[in-house]
Design a protein around this ligand. Sequence first.
Ligand code: SAH
Length: 214
Amino acid sequence: MDFEKLRDEMVENQLVSRGITDSRVLHVMRKVPRHLFMDESTWYTAYDDLAFPIGEGQTISQPYMVAIMTELLALKGDEAILEIGTGSGYQTAILAELSKDVYTIERIQALSEKAGEVIKKLGYSNVHLKVGDGTLGWPEAAPFARIVITAGTPETPEPLIEQLSEGGIILAPVGDRFSQQLLKAMKRKGKLSKEYHTPCVFVPLVGKYGWKAD
Ligand code: SAH
């Protein structure tokens, strides 16, 4: 399969056509090999317009969702980012391309390990992985200029707001367990000013400040 060609088509047909315009985001979406973050038996679907199962009941996000979240983060390249929900590591790699450091937390150890291997193989040295409850944040590495939650949450976890820099941006799919809306909030004088963007469907954020485990 010509993965490079499939990526170019994905960028035109799924991203540009839906209004993604940030050239840096489009560039890295053309560059990062999404298929390597998936099981080899599913590579044929890696550039389709879909979220896809990655095991442990979790999913790799739809390319469009990764692109719009990255665009909304408005990265300049010098940021420390906290990502909650490493999953496959695909969004992690996209963020690593466009920022200084990415701190990423995943609650399922097997997924974190798999993601870490791919991240290492691709040569990203600015990614820091941790296994645990991301709703508590990563206080030792705080503050963060950007925080992105890639799982659906009832509200923005309080510890994460505390660990966000003044002027920083936090993105989170906020809603119920089955559907959410993408919230972008900026921290100004300790308070969040909120904007709501696209409707979305993410697997649940499970943790102390998220949903309870089943
Ligand atoms: N951006 C990832 C999305 C993975 S799905 C990708 O494209 O691959 C969301 C991930 O969040 C799942 O792997 C899930 O296990 C993880 N997750 C859920 N609750 C969490 C929590 N409290 N802390 C850390 N990770 C969590």
